[in-house]
Design a protein around this ligand. Structure first.
Ligand code: SAM
Length: 290
């Protein structure tokens, strides 16, 4: 028991919250597990936690029980009555924002609702928008943002792509380059499909991302475009794959001090930063355009 609120299974039944696949709804009913996830984001006394997709509130309750002030963004209106019950149980500590997390400036939200303590993001992310959300947060300016830690659930396959280095060739790609540039990312633990209702087809993983306070200076848009071009044709040599950027790939590689015959999978994050700088130098006004 982490609180006096009713079991989550009863909450879901009472409010008719049958899971919708289109909203990536796979709920956690086990408060021991949600407490473990909340602990990974802790200590939470005085912390402001932005949670994406609270659903019926399993993780929300664990975060609140451990002392956090929670600002939760939920797209599914049906969850509001269940979340209002939790808010009433923890007066003044839970704010629910109804909307699409992709359209909300989470740093601004944390600043508006935060206190003096640290700000974090902790979420069992809806899988259909998880990568888009993470990319947006990592590319945000200014950096470091207000958040001192991100503790997030992804499909394991995505988690492996976040923490990959050139040593894990097939997983290393744009996501790993962006996350490796601005954060230190690691997988904390796996969560089996049977922990969810309904169970997804795949294993999930909790990932911790701690912002790097002084990443190599670089334009995030340029870095993202260069990595996308390079990994878009990962079997090809860079002198070939980077041509899709519409610039002189040979000149870019020379500027970055990287051999033309290298492939994307062989280049460390610092090499991609050098390539992004070279790209921006060739195309000063268009480098960050999407
Ligand atoms: N946190 C709950 C738990 O762990 O049981 C639910 C997690 S469920 C994987 C994802 C949640 O995100 C759902 O409640 C869903 O309605 C919500 N959601 C889906 N897309 C969203 C979006 N674009 N913005 C905000 N919430 C979203």
């Amino acid at each position: 028991m982490i609180d006096d609120l009713p079991p989550l299974r009863d909450v879901v039944t009472r409010h008719g919250l049958d899971a919708k696949k289109t909203l990536g709804q796979n709920f956690l009913y086990d408060l021991n597990l949600t407490s473990r996830i909340a602990r990974a984001a802790g200590p939470l006394e005085n912390a402001t936690v932005v949670e994406i997709g609270p659903g019926p509130g399993g993780l929300t309750r664990a975060l609140l029980a451990q002392g956090a002030r929670v600002v939760a963004i939920e797209r599914d209106q049906r969850c509001q009555p269940a979340l209002a019950e939790i808010a009433a149980h923890y007066p003044g500590r839970l704010t629910v924002v109804e909307g699409d997390a992709l359209e909300i400036d989470v740093a601004e939200l944390a600043r508006m609702h935060g206190t003096q303590g640290p700000a974090r993001i902790c979420a069992n992310l809806p899988y259909n928008v998880a990568t888009a959300l993470l990319t947006r947060w990592i590319e945000a300016e200014p950096w470091p943002s207000v958040f001192d830690r991100y503790v997030l659930m992804f499909q394991k396959e995505v988690a492996l792509r976040i923490v990959a280095t050139p040593a894990q060739r097939s997983d290393y790609g744009r996501l790993a380059v962006l996350c490796g540039w601005r954060t230190k990312a690691r997988i904390l633990f796996d969560v089996s499909p049977s922990a969810f209702t309904p169970p997804p087809k795949v294993t999930s993983s909790i990932v911790e991302l701690v912002p790097n306070p002084a990443p190599l200076p670089c334009d995030p848009g340029a870095l993202s475009r260069v990595a996308q071009a390079a990994f878009g044709q990962r079997r090809k040599m860079l002198r070939q794959s980077l041509r899709s950027l519409g610039v002189d790939a040979g000149e870019m590689l020379a500027h970055a001090g990287i051999a033309e015959t290298k492939r994307a999978e062989e280049i460390e994050v610092a090499g991609f930063v050098a390539l992004a700088d070279a790209f921006a130098a060739q195309r000063p006004t268009k480098a960050s355009a999407r």
